[in-house]
Write a protein that binds this ligand. Structure first.
Ligand SMILES: NC(=O)c1ccc[n+]([C@@H]2O[C@H](COP(=O)([O-])OP(=O)(O)OC[C@H]3O[C@@H](n4cnc5c(N)ncnc54)[C@H](OP(=O)(O)O)[C@@H]3O)[C@@H](O)[C@H]2O)c1
Length: 236
């Protein structure tokens, strides 16, 4: 596997993404595109509940304004009974530090928030976000392996990465993912202005090194495929 600290020094990293049949993760409009269905969103909720932290890129914070909460009451109660917060710690990456303190990422729910920020913008981000988040200078641009090692030091053993395209591409290209959950929705976007799952890159999986499918499951009108991307992948 390429890049990064030894696997034991970083959390287990699970990438989760939904695409259209033609590989888009959003459309080009101002509205957020719903790709999943209710049953699949409930599955994602269960995956979230089993993680210590959820990471999205600053682009997704700005464009989708996600809550990143565990929605199910029973799952939240189970977490609290295990001594955890109701929802996982929220994590984002930014180079420019231009994050809105009013975004739901910072305002909704009672969870820790960590912003891995390029060194040059870290002071500005601290000033902007105040007590809303812990801002960590993690290189310029942010070094993912360094951010993962810091998360491990903070007790994060299992990290869910929920996009967007830029962030998924970096984790994949750096060989820093253990498992991928890819959901395909039964329609086309057909607009090259929209973002795809990942852009150009050199990925550790290619025609000469195929990833392993550990599960394919129909969930209503979508299909989930789980890929093992490292030897740590839990194949059960
Ligand atoms: N279908 C799905 O499952 C799904 C899930 C999530 C998101 N999405 C979609 O994905 C799109 C957003 O994707 P995106 O590629 O534009 O954005 P993104 O991957 O969410 O975030 C990219 C931004 O993150 C920061 N960043 C990433 N890596 C960094 C590094 N190593 N160092 C410093 N900063 C770093 C930069 O922020 P700064 O610009 O602040 O420097 C960069 O512009 C939206 O359309 C959203 O709807 C879809």
């Amino acid at each position: 596997m390429t890049g990064g600290p030894p696997a034991a020094q970083r959390p287990y990293v699970l990438l989760s993404c939904a695409t259209s049949i033609d590989g888009y993760i959003d459309d080009a409009s101002d509205e957020r595109l719903l790709l999943s269905n209710d049953a699949d969103l409930d599955r994602v909720d269960a995956v979230r509940a089993g993680c210590d932290a959820i990471l999205v890129g600053a682009g997704t914070v700005r464009r989708d304004d996600p809550r990143l909460l565990v929605r199910c009451d029973r799952r939240r109660a189970d977490r609290v009974a295990r001594g955890l917060s109701e929802s996982p710690t929220r994590v984002t990456l930014t180079g420019c530090g231009d994050l809105d303190p009013g975004a739901r990422f910072f305002t909704v729910g009672d969870t820790d928030r960590i912003v891995y920020c390029a060194g040059a913008a870290a002071e500005k981000a601290r000033h902007r976000l105040g007590e809303l988040a812990t801002v960590v200078d993690a290189g310029d641009p942010v070094d993912l392996a360094r951010a993962l090692a810091d998360l491990a030091d903070r007790g994060v053993r299992r990290l869910l990465v929920e996009g967007g395209a830029n962030v998924h591409g970096q984790f994949l290209a750096a060989g820093l993912a253990d498992e991928l959950h890819l959901v395909v929705a039964p329609f086309f976007v057909g607009d090259r202005r929209a973002p795809r799952f990942v852009g150009d890159g050199r990925f550790p999986w290619h025609p000469g090194r195929r990833a392993q499918v550990v599960e394919a499951r129909q969930i209503g009108d979508v299909v989930l495929t789980r890929y093992a991307l490292s030897e740590r992948c839990e194949t059960a």
